[in-house]
Design a protein around this ligand. Structure first.
Ligand code: FES
Ligand code: MG
Length: 592
């Protein structure tokens, strides 16, 4: 029997299941799949085979909802005339892999490329949630280039503690300071943490998970309104069903990632990150997804397309609220609607719905202006990432939306020197060194210091650790200093409210300028000029480079760590494995 679209285009799965030249192989492929309810006739009929890349497991609690949602997705696929085939991807759980779950992003990518490329899959539903589970799967779908759609798992319900909203992650960083100040005890610290995570779902603040799922939607890779629906909500199951239906249509339309992931789509995503107050981790992940799609986003693009945009979404850590209210206020489409009206969004990019981005956003204006502010009346002007350069590194970024009034007042408001800060560097070699020495009185750390961490980059840690949001010594916190300026070649959690200079590239382990920096050097940061320099003479830098030992980095502890260190590039280039970029549209050729 022929499928209804028979004659239009032969699907790649038929080379496995209906191959006249290799009947012996076809028979082999067919016999085992029948064990769970798929008939040989069906498999040979030309119905699209739709993979469900299952990222949920007990090791991935943020994505665990997908174990349930997949049933709805299967129904959607079946009802639209497809055959669902569910398979696992490498689990990634941010918290348990702290501080370097980034190590796993490229591992999931590699594994998923092999699965999508090597099996009879015509299209795929990418189930996403926890931070890196989104970019890694989009990267893989891009390399293979079969029709792909993102199904977010959605954030947890809002967390409440003693009548206050407590956002996952954000409450940890804030409570850690209170613990150091002696304002709360460890029991209270734990209660705050557990109260922030009241249900299934990923982080409920605008951390990396919410940011990257919003980015997937802004790229046109998921159905309109998908990203922000909380995991336990009724609408989450409904969109899982509709996503399953839609991917079957995408296969018939041959709507592949290469038609969706254009330069304009990535610029739209960068703009969205600014208005939602998104995670600084969006920086390497967007660059990585773009490079796997064959698009180079030069560092300055963050400033050109993101920095001047205002903060509109009032969500922790940059704002006050959490995911449930964001969803009720209209979610990602409402935030993008503001950009569209302001002329800050490319309208034409094609999306997975089959319509343009502008068409998807019709009628999506928010009705909750406390949660999603109008473009003309934002929470903050110029709220995107500032790109800094200087003698310590070629590229770093600063997420300006989390610069608090208190921090601005203290460090960036000297009369005649607005946005300029000079401080004494305190240099740590990795996070162990930071934890051992931060409270050492002999370092004499005061309000005029800048905390620097090196050896925490892609090669240094390895994986690039989320450690740059270093808190001041306990004694300083007790005196009322919540933040010191911080700088480092690692990353930081997207839920952190620390205005750090981070994602420094090249990192010290790759010979970057942090290598020669010493405790006691003066660092000058000029946000007007976009510069960050150590005030050290050229001759002295040369002398240190020839005489001083290189900063120590820890040994690799697993085979993957060693391979990762060999093959992975710097954060400014997305932290991708450069050799992988030459593999594009691999589904065009049948696997041997
Ligand atoms: Fe998984 Fe935040 S730890 S989403
Ligand atoms: Mg994180």
């Amino acid at each position: 029997m022929s499928g209804q679209h028979e004659g239009a285009r032969r699907l790649r799965s038929r080379d496995w299941f209906d191959n006249a030249e290799r009947m012996d192989m076809t028979a082999l492929y067919l016999e085992r799949f029948m064990n769970y309810g798929v008939t040989p006739e069906e498999l040979r009929s030309g119905k699209p085979i739709i993979g469900i890349a299952q990222s949920g497991s007990d090791l991935s609690p943020c994505n665990r909802i997908h174990l349930e949602l997949a049933k709805r997705t299967r129904d959607g696929i079946r009802d639209a005339g497809g055959i669902p085939i569910e398979f696992p991807v490498h689990p990634i759980f941010e918290n348990c892999r702290r501080p370097t779950a980034a190590l796993d992003r490229n591992l999931l990518y590699l594994g998923l490329v092999e699965l999508l490329n090597g099996y009879p899959i015509d299209g795929v539903v990418l189930t996403t949630g926890c931070d890196k589970t989104t970019p890694s799967q989009i990267m893989a779908a891009s390399t293979v280039d079969i029709p792909a759609i993102v199904l977010s798992g959605g954030p947890m319900l809002d967390g409440w503690h003693n009548g206050e909203l407590v956002g996952s992650g954000t409450v940890i960083w804030r409570s850690r300071r209170k613990l150091s100040a002696g304002e709360i005890d460890e029991e209270e610290f734990l209660r705050r943490a557990t109260d922030s995570a009241p249900s299934a779902g990923h982080c409920n603040s605008m951390g990396t998970a919410s940011t990257m799922n919003a980015v997937a939607e802004a790229l046109g890779m998921s159905l309109t309104g998908c990203a922000a629906i909380p995991a336990p909500y009724r609408e989450r199951g409904q969109i899982a069903y509709r996503t399953g239906q839609r991917i079957v249509g995408m296969v018939h339309e041959d709507l592949r990632p290469s038609r969706i992931l254009t330069r304009e789509a990535f610029l739209n995503a960068i703009a969205l990150v600014s208005v939602v107050g998104g995670s600084s981790n969006a920086h390497p992940h967007i660059v990585a997804m773009a490079r796997h799609a064959g698009i180079e986003l030069e560092p300055a693009i963050w400033q050109q397309h993101g920095y001047d945009l205002p903060l509109l979404v009032n969500m922790q850590p940059a704002g006050a609220y959490l995911g449930e209210r964001f969803h009720r206020a209209g979610g990602v489409p409402a935030a993008m609607w503001e950009l569209l009206q302001a002329g800050k969004l490319a309208q034409q990019p094609l999306t997975c719905t089959g319509a343009s981005m502008a068409d998807n956003l019709q009628g999506r204006e928010s009705s909750d202006r406390e949660m999603i502010r109008p473009f003309a009346d934002p929470l903050m002007e110029k709220a995107g990432f500032l790109v800094l350069t200087g003698n310590l590194f070629d590229t770093s970024i600063l997420k300006t939306s989390v610069i608090s009034d208190e921090f601005r007042e203290r460090y960036l408001s000297r009369p005649g020197h607005e946005n300029v800060f000079e401080g004494r560097a305190i240099v740590f070699d990795g996070s162990d060194d930071y934890h051992h020495r931060i409270n050492d009185p002999s370092l004499d750390i005061d309000e005029n210091c800048i905390l620097v961490i090196r050896g925490s980059g892609v090669i240094g840690w390895p994986g690039s650790a989320e450690v740059v949001n270093m808190q001041p010594p306990d004694a300083l916190i007790r005196k009322g200093t919540q933040w010191l300026p911080t700088l480092g070649d690692g990353r930081q959690s997207g839920t952190s409210d620390s205005p750090s200079i981070l994602n420094v590239s090249p990192e010290s382990a790759a010979g970057g300028g942090l290598t020669w920096l010493r405790t006691g050097d003066t660092i000058r940061i000029d946000l007007n000029e976009g510069t960050c320099n150590a005030l050290v003479e050229e001759g002295e830098i040369a002398r240190r480079l020839s005489d001083d030992p290189e900063p120590p980095i820890p040994e690799s502890q697993t085979p993957w760590e060693e391979l990762f260190r060999e093959k992975t590039g710097q954060l400014a280039e997305g932290g991708v494995m450069d050799f992988a970029l030459k593999y594009r549209q691999t589904s065009r050729k049948l696997p041997r």
